[in-house]
Ligand binder design. Sequence first.
Ligand code: HEC
Ligand code: HEC
Length: 261
Amino acid sequence: MGRALFYDPLLSKNNQISCASCHSPFTAFTHVDHDLSHGIEDRIGTRNSPALMNLAWHTSFMWDGAINHLDMQALAPISHPDEMGEKIESVVKKLQQSKNYPALFLKAFGDSIITGEHTLKAMSQFMLTLVSSNSKYDSVMRKQAQFTPQQKNGYALFQKNCDACHAEPLFTNLQFENNGLEVDTTLNDYGRMRITKNKSDSLKFKVPTLRNIEFSFPYMHDGRFKTIAAVLKHYTSGVKQSQTLSVYLQKPIVINFKRQS
Ligand code: HEC
Ligand code: HEC
């Protein structure tokens, strides 16, 4: 039932936008056709939608960690005026009046009276099933496959330069870090500081996972980079110094593209 809700545009004010509109299963549960998210009436948000996977291990949600429990997460997009623009009470009403949902809620929760709490819980249950654990990397770690020489080389470079923040096996340390992006002066997004009001959190964003990364472009909280090559260019020559820049990026990253055979 959580899956049905996730794909159901009934959750939005104009019945046109579902969670999957911005978190599409074809692209690691994010959107790839634009950098900032688009909601009802094509209203444009201020951030790029994150790919959704392995959320059971996450301790906070959103680029700035504004939400600390997955059960509360869905409330934010449902009520956000630029996303789904709807009230949870109206969602519950629409679900109660629908043909299918009362029976589905009865089956899932033993009660056909629909509540906001049950609606949110069902969606969390679905999102918790979005697990990535069967990549080539995972097979290699289980000693069921081997990296090619080039992949091995890349893995060594990754462990040296990236692993501190994009920690294995989730490829995120689940912390907030400043990776040296120049602030976009239109969006003026200072990330984690918006939540904590602490200057030491300025320009820090939740470290995103790198699983399924080739499918989840564009990259970064504002979708500023369209390709992995552009991301690597940032890390090797675009890192901007500032008070809160991570210690791991103080020294320039050198990536030698020479191939090993
Ligand atoms: C209009 C586009 C849009 C819609 C619709 C939308 N989202 Fe999102 N989602 C986003 C954006 C953008 C973010 C990041 C927001 C931020 O950091 O402030 C996000 C963040 C999230 C996250 C946090 C992921 C993480 O790693 O921290 C989850 C979980 C999520 N959305 C689930 C949902 C669910 C469930 C729905 C449907 C009820 C939904 N989203 C509807 C755009 C959307
Ligand atoms: C200091 C911690 C840190 C280090 C070291 C680091 N990153 Fe990141 N990375 C981040 C943060 C934080 C973001 C998100 C920043 C934002 O959107 O504002 C990010 C974003 C990314 C993204 C975009 C992911 C997405 O879904 O949008 C990619 C790809 C990436 N990093 C790859 C790398 C690679 C490759 C390296 C090593 C060369 C590396 N990172 C080193 C912290 C780090």
